[in-house]
Write a protein that binds this ligand. Structure first.
Ligand SMILES: Nc1ncnc2c1ncn2[C@@H]1O[C@H](COP(=O)(O)OP(=O)(O)O)[C@@H](O)[C@H]1O
Ligand SMILES: [Mg+2]
Length: 233
């Protein structure tokens, strides 16, 4: 059952066609990975779905309702959350203060269980900018998950993480989505991590969909092998 859908989405930046006619359908409890080389349009895709970038064509629906014209703020309040490619945790607030502020704004009733799941309890009273980078990325994930969103759009949550942190991060994403019935879109640079973690995968190249489907299907797609995975596949 699709809860969140983008159909025929295109985004332009002046003369640059950053995204052309891209479709996606997200289902509760499933993680849909989006991979593609740098500049493929992955972040733009999240910007279009979250309302940050204006789409020049296409429709975004949530529970069947057309929300294409809704603001990012409206989407966040109604259960469509996102994270950013770079950490948004950088300030002089404590982790607790930052999480509680967002919890208040988005009506989170069980912050403690989120903190527990993500292993953030020991750093709650530390200043955000002073905790380890890997932990900052977990705070980023927590910020996106506050308020029980139905959809999360995650832009490279593993960027800058070392291998074991990256593995743990992807496990958290998958477990939390299953437990909370969240529909996730996961943009990630770590291709093997995506194949391991995701239920569906879309490959973008030059702003267009090269392939989309179940991991095994995508991995063996000749166009993907040729253009992207190369001999590593
Ligand atoms: N704000 C912007 N203004 C102009 N061009 C942009 C902007 N954001 C992205 N682009 C261009 O759109 C294309 C897709 O970029 P992006 O979505 O960031 O790719 P990815 O996240 O896959 O690396 C690139 O050619 C990039 O230079
Ligand atoms: Mg990007």
């Amino acid at each position: 059952m699709t809860i969140f859908e983008g159909r025929g989405l295109s985004v332009r930046y002046g003369a640059v066609k950053a995204l052309t006619n891209v479709d996606i359908a997200l289902e509760p409890g499933l993680v849909h990975g989006v991979i593609g080389p740098n500049g493929a349009g992955k972040s733009t895709f999240i910007d279009g779905l979250s309302g940050r970038a204006r789409v020049s064509s296409g429709v975004v629906t949530f529970n069947g309702e057309d929300i294409t014209a809704r603001s990012p703020r409206w989407r966040r309040r109604h259960g469509i959350a996102r994270s950013f490619q770079r950490t948004s945790v950088f300030n002089s607030m404590t982790v607790r203060h930052q999480l509680e502020m967002v919890a208040e704004r988005n009506g989170e009733s069980d912050l403690a269980s989120l903190v527990d799941t993500l292993g953030l309890a020991p750093v709650m009273d530390r200043v955000c900018s002073e905790i380890a980078y890997g932990t900052q990325r977990s705070v980023d994930l927590a910020l996106a998950l506050i308020g029980d969103p139905k959809v999360v759009l995650l832009d490279e949550p593993c960027a800058g993480l070392v291998q074991d942190e990256s593995v743990r991060m992807l496990q958290h994403v998958r477990d939390i989505c299953r437990e909370r019935e969240v529909a996730a879109l996961l943009v990630e640079h770590d291709v093997e991590g995506v194949f391991r973690t995701c239920d569906r995968i879309t490959v973008l190249n030059l702003g267009e969909v090269l392939a989309s489907g179940e991991p095994a299907e995508v991995r063996s797609n000749p166009a993907v092998v040729q253009a992207y995975l190369g001999s590593a596949a």
